[in-house]
Design a binder for this molecule. Structure first.
Ligand SMILES: N=CN[C@@H](CCC(=O)O)C(=O)O
Ligand SMILES: [Zn+2]
Length: 430
């Protein structure tokens, strides 16, 4: 029996009460804080949460004392749900550091893509890599996510762009999910770019995505979601709608890269088609914001991408005021956001989108869990939920957005196992 008592945190952030529906508006600032909070774990799950005194009583009653219970003293620390990253392009080969200089010299992100670079450069490198090579590189990245307090990531395919190479990426995502403590939730994104070989007949590629890729991915149970890069010169609104409609028919839940570089009506489509999230949204219209609020589509905002592409951020405050549930993500990928640090993204969300330190915590935990349909299991510290827990070396939550670029992760529990302690992996053989 695995039993832990995490004891006497200066702040324990429960984020309770939002497992059924994501937090919106003022709820985003309510973190359900327990001062001098304690939490008990039994096997993979949280079994009780409360004040120090309540938990001492509970532990005596339920466990008959502390025999066989491991105790972690969290005095002076913050205990909170493990961070959840709901939008990454985790599985790829190679890097694109040279594009930074091209962009600094005035080339735009889309120009680089249209010239066969960008996503297409990573596609070429990913196609040439073996499943073994991709697995090894992806496991390393997951280690880095974990050391930054992240316990679940969503991962998109989209650097294969052939049936076999898309399946290869998704198989790697499944394999690392099984091998690594961080949970990986998969999204099929065959419609990430038009591959070179279909440049002169993009419609033919859309037919391939719809007719062959979606049935195979869904048939093999390799993804839960389907995403499309709905953007000028990439996939049109009409093509996006066709792809996502077919995905739905196969049981894949729609997501969208929406209104990132040009206003395309992506947010409106997300609402209309019943997408679980619409992501990016730098150029979203007022109508799109209203439609998302009405339909309850989670806005996954990616201020690290805006920062790295030197673009103005999404209008987070307008979305929050309109009642759109907001989540945050790294958008980790080799082109537009090569960072694994969700805490840095939270800091950027405060400084560049004027979200508060409390709002960004709700956005990167319970609302991120909603963006990937997992809020019944993770995203808050409540009895019965998976024991995915982050302990910060800081006396209150505001430190997370304040020490920018500093990793405050002290300890991490994943499914009730202590996997990071003192900022280092502690579950590996020496
Ligand atoms: N915008 C499209 N896709 C990714 C970037 C992928 C890449 O540049 O490799 C994004 O979300 O930013
Ligand atoms: Zn993306």
């Amino acid at each position: 029996m695995n039993r832990w008592l995490i004891h006497g945190a200066s702040q324990l952030l429960t984020l309770k009460g939002a497992s059924d529906r994501p937090k919106r508006g003022k709820q985003m600032s309510e973190l359900g804080i327990i001062e001098q909070g304690s939490l008990a774990i039994e096997n993979e799950r949280i079994f009780a949460v409360g004040s120090r005194e309540e938990m001492e009583r509970e532990v005596r009653l339920r466990w008959g004392g502390l025999d066989g219970v491991r105790v972690l003293n969290a005095a002076g620390k913050v205990v909170m749900p493990g961070l959840i990253d709901p939008h990454t392009h985790l599985v790829f080969a190679g890097t694109r550091e040279y594009e930074l200089e091209m962009r600094l010299n005035g080339r735009t992100y889309l120009e680089i893509l249209q010239a066969g670079g960008g996503i297409l450069a990573t596609t070429a490198m990913t196609r040439s890599a073996t499943e073994e090579e991709l697995t090894e590189q992806t496991l390393k990245r997951l280690d880095r996510f974990l050391l930054h307090g992240v316990t679940t990531v969503e991962a998109k395919s989209g650097y294969g762009l052939t049936l076999q190479d898309e399946l290869k990426q998704l198989r790697v995502a499944r394999r690392v999910h099984e091998e690594h403590p961080v949970d990986v939730v998969s999204t099929f994104m065959g419609a990430h770019a038009i591959p070179e070989e279909y440049k002169h007949d993009p419609e033919e590629y859309v037919r391939l995505v719809i007719g062959e890729m979606i049935p195979r991915v869904a048939g093999e149970g390799l993804a839960e979601f389907c995403d499309v890069f709905c953007e000028k010169g990439v996939f049109s609104l009409e093509q996006t709608e066709r792809i996502l409609t077919e995905a739905k028919r196969w049981g894949l839940v729609p997501k969208l890269h929406a209104d990132e570089l040009e206003p395309m009506g992506g947010a409106e489509l997300a609402a209309r088609i019943g997408a679980i999230s619409a992501d990016h949204l730098l150029k979203v219209s007022d109508r799109g914001i209203r439609a998302m609020a009405e339909a309850g589509v989670v806005a996954v905002l990616l201020p690290g991408t805006a920062f790295f592409l030197m673009a103005p951020c999404a209008r987070a405050r307008d979305m929050l005021e309109a009642g759109v549930p907001v989540a945050l993500s790294t958008d980790f990928n080799p082109g537009s956001s090569p960072t694994v640090s969700l805490p840095v993204i939270m800091n950027l969300a405060c400084l560049n989108m004027k979200m508060t330190p409390a709002e960004v915590i709700a956005a990167a935990t319970i609302n991120s869990a909603h963006a990937i349909g997992k809020a019944g299991e993770i995203g808050s510290l409540e009895p019965g939920k998976q024991a995915d827990i982050l302990i910060l070396d800081a006396p209150n939550y505001a430190h997370l957005s304040y020490h920018y670029g500093v990793n405050l992760t002290d300890s991490v529990f994943k499914k009730g196992e202590l996997v990071v302690q003192g900022g280092r992996r502690c579950d590996l053989p020496i």
